[in-house]
Design a protein. Structure first.
Length: 204
């Protein structure tokens, strides 16, 4: 059994401002640093074999605070970065609501139809994320693995495992900052099993 522990990064200054991040860089807020420290405390009794992180600064900071005390190095991968949102990145959601109302409506309400020039679609994101996870599973078969990434990235993977269509992408549970999700991947190729989804335990 390979166990994947998905961790969303802590709150950033841009999260607090309501600013679109995507793959642009932002840093953890004081609240985000506290969330990562609390995560370290919550997971102090867990044993992890490998730790992977998005190369985005907010994920790197989260990984350092939450897991930097553990032996072994963190592996940083660009493939774990958040959905790329092109010209939207760095703008407030309120600004995009005014300038691009139809596209922001699709982003929030019909994500399977979301399409902004130069940006990833949710299908693009999911395929990139699943490829990255498949590579990690190949490298870490039978191990307990941490993946520090981003809300939409993690949700795209778990949506695939639960058979949720992209049209229902944003349905609960919400991927709050520093939430912890756990998926068991049987080495025999059986269906993955979601044990925890954004801090909510699903498996007895």
């Amino acid at each position: 059994m390979t166990t994947l522990h998905f961790i969303r990064h802590g709150e950033t200054d841009w999260n607090a401002e309501g600013r679109i991040q995507g793959q642009k860089e932002s840093v953890l807020s004081e609240q985000g640093r506290r969330q990562a420290a609390d995560l370290r405390q919550r997971l102090r009794h867990c044993n992890f074999d490998r730790i992977y992180s998005s190369t985005s600064q907010r994920a790197r900071q989260t990984a350092e605070i939450a897991f930097g005390h553990l032996p072994g190095q963190v592996t940083f991968l660009d493939s774990l970065r958040e959905i790329y949102l092109a010209r939207w990145e760095g703008y407030l959601y309120a600004e995009i609501e005014a300038s691009d109302p139809e596209a922001i409506f699709a982003f929030r309400n019909t994500p399977h139809e979301f399409n902004v020039e130069g940006a990833e679609t949710f299908h693009d994101l999911q395929q990139r994320a699943l490829t990255a996870v498949a590579n990690i599973i190949d490298e870490c078969a039978g191990q307990s693995v941490v993946i520090v990434s981003h809300g939409a990235w993690i949700k795209s993977v778990i949506s695939h495992y639960e058979g949720r269509p992209l049209s229902r992408f944003w349905e609960p549970p919400r991927m709050h900052n520093c939430c912890h999700s756990i998926v068991h991947i049987p080495v025999n190729g059986d269906q993955p099993r979601i044990l925890r989804y954004a801090d909510t335990d699903l498996d007895g």
